[in-house]
Design a protein around this ligand. Structure first.
Ligand SMILES: [Zn+2]
Ligand SMILES: [Zn+2]
Length: 348
């Protein structure tokens, strides 16, 4: 089959590789109908997040059709149209069965497409382990593109909003307006935020945020002062950070009022963050961070997407063939051509 294979820094190539094989009786093989590029893939693209030796297929965001199932899989059969949680577990332990695959008691929590032992979905096919708790049949009324967005970025945005404890009427700041930050705005508004301040330095991303009802704050200026000015010097009730860098986490922290919540969903494993314990204590700040338990979020998100209350596909700016994958990485990395989120079709 054809797949995008990671070979090192700025070296992700469209290549022929062996077809995926069932890992064991609990797995399934999925023919991919659509996959995405995730911002976290850029860590690999920049060569800063190499967990493993190169030579594996990338990405944890894909949806498609089951073409093979293991004998111990109960919930799926060949022909089912499915999306996969970007994070998988064991499908056997108490935590995985309850949807908490990020807490797998057998330590099988893993992300597709970052190690050779669990190849990802920028491919014509993927071997999915622990199928019963990793996959979801694509619900009625959910498009293929929406299904791919339910594998990671919409759940991650929603998880960030849940962690921010937003109550009706709250003011919220979202720092970083990539796809996850954009969808965090949408989820914060659904949670009842009265005002969402959207912070970034890219004009198109600020514009996209404004179009859905956020107030754009240009980070090329002093974003913290702007937020304080707009909140009577108090700061916002909650901030959601969707970048994962020291500077952006700091900005988010300084935007939050006394007793407020900072929720971090941005990841950049290269960056460390010196936690400002004195600041957090003196401001009674709540700080939350963690991997998104994707399947836990589906019960809330699927009805919202079905009802048209959330339209996550608004972040998709490009639909390309997988054979154009090398070009896709170039523009996604360079943020050219107004790119926000790229979907790819392995059939072309
Ligand atoms: Zn992702
Ligand atoms: Zn488990």
């Amino acid at each position: 089959m054809k797949a995008m294979i990671y070979h090192g820094e700025r070296n992700i190539l469209y290549e022929s590789v062996p077809d995926p094989q069932l890992a064991d009786d609990f797995g399934a093989v999925v023919k991919v109908d659509q996959c995405a590029i995730c911002g976290s893939d850029l860590h690999l693209y920049h060569g800063v997040q190499a967990y493993d030796k190169p030579g594996f297929c990338i990405v944890h965001e894909f949806a498609g059709e089951i073409v093979e199932v293991g004998r111990a899989v109960n919930r799926f059969e060949v022909g089912d149209k499915v999306l996969a949680s970007g994070l998988t577990g064991c499908s056997q332990c108490r935590q995985c069965l309850a949807g908490h695959i990020h807490l797998c008691e057998n330590n099988k929590t893993a992300c597709f497409g970052v190690v050779s032992s669990l190849p990802g979905g920028q491919a014509e096919g993927v071997a999915v382990p622990a199928a019963d708790t990793t996959l979801l049949k694509i619900p009625d009324g959910i498009t293929l593109t929406q299904a791919v967005l339910l594998t990671d970025i919409l759940p991650t945005a929603y998880f960030g909003v849940k962690n921010a404890d937003i109550k009706p009427g709250d003011t919220v700041a979202v720092v970083g307006l990539g796809p996850v930050g954009q969808l965090a705005i949408d989820c914060a508004l659904i949670a009842g935020a009265s005002q969402v301040y959207a912070i970034d330095q890219i004009p198109e991303r600020l514009k996209a945020a404004e179009l859905v009802g956020a107030e754009p704050i240009d980070a090329r200026g002093d974003a913290v002062t702007s937020i304080l000015d707009k909140t009577n010097g108090q700061g916002v009730d909650a901030a959601i950070e969707a970048v994962g860098l020291r500077a952006t986490i700091n900005t988010a922290m300084l935007c939050v009022r006394n007793g407020g919540v900072l929720s971090v969903v941005g990841t950049n494993l290269e960056a460390d963050f010196p936690f400002r314990m004195d600041y957090a204590m003196s401001h009674n700040l709540t700080f939350r961070i963690g991997k998104c338990p994707v399947p836990e979020m589906w019960a809330d998100l699927v009805p919202l997407v079905q009802a048209g209350k959330l339209s996550p596909e608004r972040v998709v700016t490009h639909k390309l063939g997988l054979s154009e994958g090398e070009y896709a990485y170039e523009i996604f990395d360079a943020r050219t051509d107004g790119v926000l989120k790229i979907m790819m079709d392995p059939g072309r």
